[in-house]
Write a protein that binds this ligand. Structure first.
Ligand code: FCB
Length: 452
């Protein structure tokens, strides 16, 4: 028996421009920081780039047909800033805008509701060169201008907009530890980028609303329940859990919903917190229509004296077998859906939530992870959806779930070697094959009694 959801609950799938489009220099597209970063030696595990990726710049109609076959209600994708504004601002690349317009038309023709992410990490290189990306406050304004441009072109047909995708990841991996583009390793820059992204979000919300009053605007945050690495924690372990939670989760939630960053975090990190942020907080905290949540797994924190200021660090993988899920193993923590949802209900005013990403690589060896009969992925989705269903029963206002990803994408520093799709992609031939999980998801959608 499939989990059952209300009639208005949306089932979708998600992608992001750099991870699927290819066409990296076609029809006037400008260079993004990922175009530059992937060319640097040793940055991408398998040496690949997103130059071609899934080639959806050319193949989007094929993919929309597949989405239709899967009976998706909604599709979350991102627009590439440098495809639309090759220099990040100024001259508009009409062909870039036309591409997204055609994509939207085709989605609507197939009754698929488009959710657009405006910034999914692919900063125009020109803005990085001149302004260090979101390292500079000016970029927040540029971003709002870009958001307006997209709304002008698409806002008559697209109503659901996500300003930023996972500002924590972009700031942390891109500017603190250098694993993502642009590859900076600078804790101070981390906070500038974190804060200026949120400012950009706030300015964009205002700018978009000034053009249209019929938009649903939200932001997507990555969210992690945080547990102590040590199964039986001491006080220091608990402090590291709290600090990691403030740093990764609450900084963003509190900024947006409370208009202030967590005091305890600021007190610990004051030497590297940018000056003059107070005046931006009202802009950052203006009302939004929904919270997008990307939830995959929990993190395990432990005290690390050598980490400057924070003194805490987190691991992703299993640290104690007692934490393992009996079926999903080390990475699976479906209960996290309920834990996060409870927090939003009790501490952030029970906002409308969309799960904008959740998904997995099929566990196993190098061959198994590419399987078409991906039955472990099915179990994973099923467990997470059941937990999400329970969160709704407990009172949470969750209205949709987007599986990550629609198809096997270019997975950032893991390159093309990290398949997470409902649809298998052979990146040499661009052949698509719907996986068992894709058919299972289709059947789940079709089984919703509320819709009959
Ligand atoms: C998220 C990203 C998305 C994808 C998934 C696996 O952090 O938003 O682009 O890489 O992880």
């Amino acid at each position: 028996m499939f989990s059952q959801f209300d009639k208005d609950f949306l089932f979708g799938a998600a992608t992001a421009a750099y991870q699927i489009e290819g066409g990296y220099n076609e029809d006037g597209k400008g260079t993004s920081i990922w175009d530059v970063f992937t060319r640097k030696k040793g940055k991408i595990r398998d040496g690949s780039t997103g130059d071609i990726a899934c080639d959806t710049y050319h193949n989007y109609l094929t993919d929309i047909k597949l989405m239709n076959q899967l009976k998706l209600d909604a599709y979350r994708f991102s627009v590439s800033w440098s495809r639309i504004l090759p220099e990040g601002r100024g001259d508009v690349n009409q062909k870039g805008l036309d591409y997204y317009s055609a994509l939207v038309e085709a989605l609507l023709d197939n009754n698929i509701r488009p959710f657009i992410t405006l910034y999914h990490w692919d900063m125009p290189y020109a803005i990085y060169r001149d302004r260090k990306g979101f390292g500079d406050k000016e970029t927040a304004k540029y971003f709002a201008e870009f958001a307006q441009l997209v709304v002008k072109k698409l806002g008559d047909r697209v109503k659901d907009f996500i300003t930023l995708n996972e500002p924590w990841e972009h700031a942390f991996f891109g500017h603190f530890i250098g694993e993502h583009a642009p590859g900076e390793k600078n804790p101070r820059q981390y906070f500038r980028v974190a804060h200026n992204q949120l400012l950009g979000h706030g300015l964009a919300v205002g700018a978009m609303r000034s053009l249209r009053s019929d938009l649903n605007i939200g932001i997507t945050l990555s969210q992690f329940p945080i547990y102590p690495s040590r199964y039986e924690p001491n006080d220091k372990d608990l402090d590291s859990v709290e600090m990691a939670d403030l740093f990764i989760n609450r900084f963003y939630l509190d900024g947006i919903y409370k208009g202030k960053y967590p005091e305890k975090l600021l007190n610990r990190l004051w030497p590297i917190i940018p000056k003059g942020i107070d005046g931006d907080m009202t802009t950052i905290a203006q009302p939004i229509d929904f919270l997008g949540v990307n939830y995959y797994n929990r993190l395990f924190a432990s005290r690390k004296w050598y980490i400057p200021f924070l003194k805490t660090w987190v691991d992703r993988g299993s640290v104690d077998p007692r934490y393992d899920h009996p079926i999903l193993g080390t990475q699976g923590y479906p209960e996290g859906m309920k834990e996060l949802a409870k927090r939003y209900r009790e501490e952030y005013g029970n906002p409308l939530v969309y799960i904008t990403e959740n998904g997995t690589v099929e566990p196993g060896n190098e061959i198994e992870k590419w399987r078409i009969d991906d039955n472990k992925r099915i179990q994973y989705i099923d467990y997470y959806l059941r937990s999400l269903r329970e969160a709704i029963t407990e009172g949470s206002n969750i209205k949709g779930y987007f599986y990550w990803a629609l198809m096997d994408t270019f997975e950032w520093s893991s390159g093309l070697d990290c398949p997470m799709g409902l649809i298998h992609v052979n990146h040499k031939t661009q052949q698509r094959t719907i996986r068992n999980s894709g058919y299972w998801y289709r059947d789940l959608i079709a089984s919703q009694i509320s819709r009959r």
